[in-house]
Design a protein around this ligand. Sequence first.
Ligand code: NAD
Length: 357
Amino acid sequence: MREYSIAAIPADGIGPEVIDAGTTVLASLEKRMGDIKFNIETFDWGSDYYKRHGVMMPADGLETLKRFDAIYFGAVGAPDVPDHITLWGLRLPICQGFDQYANVRPTKILPGIKSPLANVGPGDLDWVIIRENSEGEYSGHGGRAHRGLPEEVGTEVAIFTRVGVTRIMRYAFKMAQSRPRKFLTVVTKSNAQRHGMVMWDEIAEEVSAEFPDVTWDKMLVDAMTVRMTLNPKSLDTIVATNLHADILSDLAGALAGSLGVAPTANIDPQRRFPSMFEPIHGSAFDITGKGIANPVATFWTAAQMLDHLGEHEASERLMRAVELVTAAGILTPDVGGTSTTKDVTAAVVDAIHSSNV
Ligand SMILES: NC(=O)c1ccc[n+]([C@@H]2O[C@H](COP(=O)([O-])OP(=O)(O)OC[C@H]3O[C@@H](n4cnc5c(N)ncnc54)[C@H](O)[C@@H]3O)[C@@H](O)[C@H]2O)c1
């Protein structure tokens, strides 16, 4: 029996609904496989915890998480707590504290799900976006001066380090190399941002020499949105900065049918710390408590977690089950269906147990 300890942090909004769905599916995989066991411990950290304790997680939160093999995360954000407090109080300290510098965001159109793009179906949009996850525009550098006065100023400084850019480029080239097309697009904005982004481009060029079998090109981030929309087939693996990839991956999720199907893995490639797996969506205040949150992104990120843990067979089994269910039209309203979170979860559990999956 192979055992894995998983820290579940459902947190806010629809987070608890989708993580509940995810742990149900993991339990059914456990039964189906017979030789793996997930010891899941759930933490009540998040905005309600903040309202009770004045912090999003305890001071020793990272110490507590260190002993787990992986973290399964829902979403943070509450209507009555400022977003920078929720994000910087929980999700970012975990990503940055555990140096999860590679954020891997696969997107494809699943069978049965309709892209808003005309004449684009499964196979026409199949990307992996690699997001730099430790520095760049989200490094937290900057400050406020003359607070409250007319001359008040706020600065937000993007930090690009040679170490940080080199390691994410290498990760992205490796990812491209592992995929059939061996093709990488490096997203930049070096026309307008002439320091960090020019270094980003130079390092991409340097690292490319280590991967002669990978073809690559470069796109300005604004033009990239056009290419993603008008020519999705021309893309495969994509690498971008923390901010650029954050924006582009929401667009990618929408083009693949819904934010509710888009997963993300925050990876420490050196495996010094647990990596964290989550859907890319947020708390979705508009549908919280209605029982209609799409759990597919949370299932897909569980499949990424299984891959990271070396459980490739379980990961493939889970994704096959999800694709069977979407193909059968058992879909939540965000992707045009009438099913609830529980309906989709039950269908995936059934598919996991059916003998041909
Ligand atoms: N990683 C995170 O925890 C994360 C990411 C993004 C936003 N947020 C936070 O979430 C809160 C709401 O942010 P937002 O509205 O900009 O983004 P959001 O992702 O929560 O919602 C955007 C839209 O997508 C829909 N949606 C998202 N996930 C869905 C799902 N699984 N099924 C069906 N529909 C889904 C929502 O209903 C909403 O209409 C904010 O506090 C924000 O800071 C957190």
